[in-house]
Write a protein that binds this ligand. Structure first.
Ligand SMILES: Nc1ncnc2c1ncn2[C@@H]1O[C@H](COP(=O)(O)OP(=O)(O)OP(=O)(O)O)[C@@H](O)[C@H]1O
Ligand SMILES: [Mg+2]
Length: 350
């Protein structure tokens, strides 16, 4: 058997062993664990999802199976969520290409935690210090990404955007000007040449994005960014996903041995989103621009829109820079000044 091929699957069983896994990193949502016995894969679980079941599964104390109806329902929902994540992962691989997405094995399964680990991770624990219990949740076994482990060796850059809709911008008029310019990108009618790229990047950009733009002066980097953008275009247009352009989720890196540039998407899907992110964003925008001024968004919709707008703005701007003819379109006729104010207000309250 080929070792490289089998190791991530063996890791599945190691994760289910009798050892409490050790945390090596934690992001906004996921806890990243080391897997005993392998050094080429990590285990990721959602802090929020697992925290949610910590208190509610007293019935799991002696057995991993739910005993009450409430636990059974929570269990079923968690299992459905895990299956949905698997489908989304395959959509990501199809859009981006296998060689640019770290291999993953996702399953709904048991994770052994003791009281000390629970307290360290959530600040509270249903268990005594050395008592341990199985917690069932979505387990994400992922191939290690060397450029994430050693960013300095790999000259790693990420495609990271800022989220100006999240708080009322210092200069809302400037934001609205940029948003309306950006709408010209997402609107099929105007010509690309009408767009002020600097203004867009000024409002939606970050230091990493500026650094990336500088690197794109090198032809080999810009070829890779172009391929990455085509993949992201597939992801939005075909899979209907709104990519998550947060820290370390979409990275470009240079191989220290060959000097070649490449890219990897270890965490490019927005967490726990059900489906149809782009269609939902389009529908929300359509309602705002149709003059429904009292729109109150659910927090899931608000989070979604705050994520989608900058990603679409920036990827469209980069596509324009690279001369790609197609763009992600979020709707046509999305121009009214008032609607942008309403969107800003609606995104503040969640
Ligand atoms: N496959 C991997 N190999 C090596 N390190 C990893 C891997 N995946 C994640 N990490 C490390 O763990 C950190 C958090 O991972 P991840 O992005 O998956 O979590 P997250 O909750 O989505 O975080 P964020 O909210 O910052 O995106 C990363 O920034 C990286 O340092
Ligand atoms: Mg992430």
């Amino acid at each position: 058997m080929n070792n490289g091929e089998s190791s991530i699957f063996e890791a599945t069983y190691l994760g289910m062993g009798l050892e409490v896994p050790r945390k090596i990193a934690q992001g906004g949502d996921q806890i990243v664990f080391e897997l005993p016995g392998t050094d080429n894969a990590v285990l990721k679980v959602s802090h929020l999802a697992l925290g949610g079941i910590l208190g509610s599964v007293a019935a799991y104390r002696t057995t991993p199976y739910p005993r009450t109806l409430t636990d059974q329902i929570a269990w079923d929902q968690a299992e459905v969520r895990a299956r949905l994540e698997i489908i989304r992962y395959y959509g990501l691989v199809e859009a981006i290409g296998t060689e640019h997405v770290p291999r993953e094995k996702l399953k709904f399964g048991p994770l052994l935690l003791n009281g000390r680990a629970c307290r360290e991770l959530w600040g509270t624990s249903p268990l005594d210090e050395h008592e341990s219990r199985w917690f069932w949740t979505t387990l994400r076994y992922q191939e290690k990404v060397p450029a994430l482990e050693h960013p300095e060796l790999y000259n790693t850059q990420d495609l990271r955007v800022s989220y100006p809709e999240r708080k009322l911008p210092q200069d809302p008029d400037r934001y609205i000007a940029a948003a309306r310019k950006w709408i010209q990108l997402s609107d099929p009618t105007p010509r690309w040449t009408d767009v002020d790229e600097e203004l867009l990047l000024d409002v939606y950009g970050t230091d990493s994005l500026r650094a990336l733009l500088e690197l794109m002066e090198q032809p080999e980097v810009s070829v890779q960014v172009g391929k990455l953008l085509d993949g992201l275009y597939n992801l939005t247009e075909i899979a209907g996903e709104s990519p998550d352009a947060n820290r370390n989720n979409i990275i470009l890196y240079q191989d220290p041995q060959t000097g070649q540039w490449n890219y990897s998407l270890p965490d490019a899907l927005i967490p726990r989103y059900k489906a149809g992110a782009i269609d939902t964003s389009r529908a929300i925008l359509r309602d705002f621009f149709a003059g429904h001024s009292q729109i109150l968004l659910r927090s899931e919709e608000s989070n979604l829109l705050a994520n989608t707008l900058p990603v679409v703005a920036v990827t469209n701007a980069l596509r324009k820079r690279l001369g790609r003819p197609s763009r992600v379109e979020l709707g046509s006729d999305l121009r009214s000044y008032n609607a942008w104010w309403q969107i800003l207000r609606a995104l503040q309250v969640a």
